[in-house]
Design a protein around this ligand. Structure first.
Ligand code: SF4
Length: 313
């Protein structure tokens, strides 16, 4: 008899299953686009150099980098998704840098352009940003699309500890996130937060506390969990090469998730359990596996242990 995992049933509320249910079995894929933004901790308004773990290119698959203009990016991205993944529908995902870091009228022009290209098959807009680059006007702008599209606002939480956020040159605090979540309390937007596990100065007990902080905000609908990885072109990359520090091995990370997931509210949809940059940029940890193999290893560990999201609450 097939195991639950072989039947596609997982012990956590996963985005793939959520998408299939929401879009009635149609294959929905994110098309990553670059709106040409920067970040306030890169351009000097809050700092220079960006977050110490960040090389913006490492977020974006190499095929999506250096596209000529927004329209072409959307068209080519959709073509790739159809060819490679037999996609039926698309979510336009403004991913690299801070995609609300501009006046609202400029953002409107950009989002309108991206969403106007193939309105029949584009079902969603996803915007990645920082909590300190969102205000009521920008929330209202994003909400104005919700009558036609599902709109997902993704913000970096990264760590719940201000000391960590200072150490990684984030240029904003956890209180900034809490304040912005306050603005989003009754919003029509689907709020997603992104966290990183494995800063070498944070203990396991400290990381497990992230779950309670996520649970505290019912407006958080989606999460993306990442393990800390070190990439070329980042400040941390330079430091790591000089003086390597402890990073998660794959079994350690899977074990950590097995402890973490039971603490997370069961209605929170998990878009991602780990991150993987392109291999040409990855310094460490290199787990020597493809993305699908890492996913399988983690899913199998979770299934073998009988881990259920939210079961410890
Ligand atoms: S992690 Fe995000 S906010 Fe920080 S420098 Fe990179 S793109 Fe900018």
């Amino acid at each position: 008899m097939e195991s639950l995992l072989q039947q596609g049933i997982k012990g956590y509320n996963n985005y793939g299953a959520w998408l299939r249910e929401k879009y009635k079995g149609e294959r929905v894929f994110k098309v990553i686009v670059d709106g040409g933004f920067t970040c306030p901790n890169r351009d000097g308004s809050k700092g220079y150099g960006g977050c110490t773990y960040c090389n913006v290119d490492s977020f974006t698959p190499s095929v999506s980098r250096n596209e000529p203009n927004l329209r072409e990016q959307v068209i080519q991205g959709m073509e790739r998704a159809v060819k490679g993944n037999k996609a039926d529908k698309f979510i336009i995902y403004f991913q690299p840098n801070t995609n609300t870091y501009a006046p609202a009228h400029y953002l409107k022009m950009l989002y309108d352009e991206a969403l106007s290209i193939n309105t029949e098959n584009i079902v969603g807009l996803s915007v990645g940003t920082r909590p300190d680059c969102i205000d009521a006007e920008k929330i209202a702008l994003l909400e104005s699309y919700t009558d036609r599209f599902d709109v997902d606002l993704e913000m970096g939480m990264e760590s719940i500890y201000n000391e960590t956020l200072g150490q990684i040159n984030r240029g904003c605090t956890h209180d900034d996130l809490v304040n912005t979540l306050g603005l989003l309390k009754n919003s029509k937007l689907d709020v997603c937060v992104h966290t990183i596990f494995g800063f070498p100065w944070e203990t396991k007990e400290m990381m497990l506390q992230y779950a309670a902080e996520i649970n505290r905000f019912p407006q958080i609908k989606f999460v993306k969990f990442h393990h800390l990885h070190i990439v070329e072109g980042s400040v941390m990359g330079v430091k790591y090469k000089r003086e390597p520090f402890k990073l998660f091995t794959l079994p350690e990370y899977a074990n950590f998730l097995c402890e973490f997931l039971p603490l997370v509210r069961p209605d929170v949809v998990i878009q991602r359990l780990f991150g993987l940059s392109d291999m040409d940029l990855l310094i460490a940890p290199n787990w020597g596996l493809k993305k699908s193999e890492i996913q399988h290893f983690i899913d199998k560990t979770i299934a073998d242990r009988g881990v259920i999201q939210g079961s410890a609450l």
